[in-house]
Design a binder for this molecule. Structure first.
Ligand SMILES: *Cc1c(COP(=O)(O)O)cnc(C)c1O
Length: 352
């Protein structure tokens, strides 16, 4: 078996892969790939998946869970449309590529975007702090984990302004207080399931309150909520496998247990990066991501040799994003500590 450090689509537990494979052949006498999304069997899966998200994240009453399509990239537009309020102005914290893309979509539908803070001056290598949040904005949008740069908010912004968060790459990695947010959204393929579904956790109060002149039906969360996430054909297989993963998560200590594992994995690799003179981290130490660990060789002429070493150890997906360079070890929930140990061994042996 290879060790998958890829940034997404992500590794999932082997048990989930086995059950997912079995259902392609037989899901109550049909293949899961051919089953009607209106069948009682699949409606039950959709309802269970929505419930399991609530269980895993302790979602309070007054929130609706939806599985839609379009990825987080369509989420940039969906959140902007649905959160547009009386100010027609929104605050965005710019912490990297994905936040930049979110800003672009918000501007595109006529929102007056205030860039509250940005870490662009240092290549998005840190999380901005100490910024002021104006009151006359409809919402504040931020990206909890920056998949490409390798930074992560350790504390979420404190404000009375409604919060919207792209949690694509760290949702279910640790406990969160859902009540602090009006919308949380996440592409499934980083920590939840296969690509295809996008998760939305939406405060019911905001549904149908947009001041946008017209919202295309598919982008209107109120329509999806009214139809119980079945406005049109949902991404059946992606939801099915995400639910298997949620079941697996809940049977194994839930998000609390996962958070401990993730901390142990992150501690091990960052310790290695800090102690081994051949490597250096690329982000501010206090903002280091537990999910996406970015680092580089102190001597870049060793790149080919290091590539050969981790390839030989069965590691895949370690190459850094083209905009950052270096290396990126993505350590999503299902990546075992033993895989991180293999990588750390490669790094330490490389030093010898
Ligand atoms: C991957 C990613 C995206 C883009 O997700 P798609 O589902 O491919 O549109 C957006 N935001 C973050 C934080 C990501 O990690």
């Amino acid at each position: 078996m290879k060790h998958n450090f890829g940034a997404g689509p992500c590794i999932l537990p082997q048990e989930v892969f086995k059950k997912a494979a079995a259902a392609v052949i037989d899901f109550n006498g049909l293949s899961i790939l051919e089953v009607s999304h209106r069948s009682a069997d699949f409606v039950a899966v959709m309802e269970e998946a929505r419930e399991n998200v609530k269980k895993a994240l302790n979602v309070p009453a007054g929130y609706t869970v939806l599985f839609l399509q379009g990825g987080a990239s369509l989420g940039f537009l969906i959140t902007a449309y649905n959160m547009m309020g009386k100010h027609k102005r929104a605050g965005y914290i710019n912490t990297g590529t994905w936040a930049t893309n979110a800003i672009k979509e918000a501007k595109g539908i006529g929102l007056d975007v205030v860039e509250i803070a940005s870490s662009q001056d240092k290549g998005f290598s840190y999380i901005p702090k100490g910024f002021e949040i104006p009151e006359d904005i409809d919402f504040l949008h931020f990206t909890s984990n920056n998949t490409i740069a390798g930074t992560q908010f350790k504390d979420f912004p404190k404000t009375n302004v409604p919060l919207v968060c792209d949690m694509s790459s760290d949702i279910f990695s640790k406990e969160i207080n859902v009540a602090d947010f009006d919308i949380i959204y996440a592409g499934a393929q980083k920590n939840l399931g296969p690509a295809g579904a996008t998760l939305y956790i939406v405060k019911d109060e905001i549904l149908g309150k947009s001041t946008a002149e017209h919202i295309p039906s598919y982008l209107d969360l109120a329509i999806h909520a009214k139809k119980d996430s079945m406005f049109n054909t949902p991404p059946v297989y992606s939801v099915f496998v995400a639910n298997l993963n949620l079941q697996h998560m809940l049977e194994n200590g839930g998000v609390q247990a996962i958070a401990k594992e993730n901390q142990a994995k992150a501690e091990l690799i960052y310790k290695t990066i800090d102690e081994n003179p051949l490597f250096e981290g690329t982000t501010a130490v206090e903002d280091r991501s537990e999910m996406n660990v970015t680092f580089r060789l102190t001597d870049e002429s060793l790149t080919d040799k290091f590539n050969a070493a981790w390839n030989a150890a069965g590691i895949v997906g370690l190459k850094g994003h083209r905009s950052v360079g270096g290396f990126r070890a993505s350590m999503y929930n299902a990546l075992p500590l033993s895989s991180v140990e293999v990588l750390v061994d490669v790094m330490n042996n490389f030093n010898k």
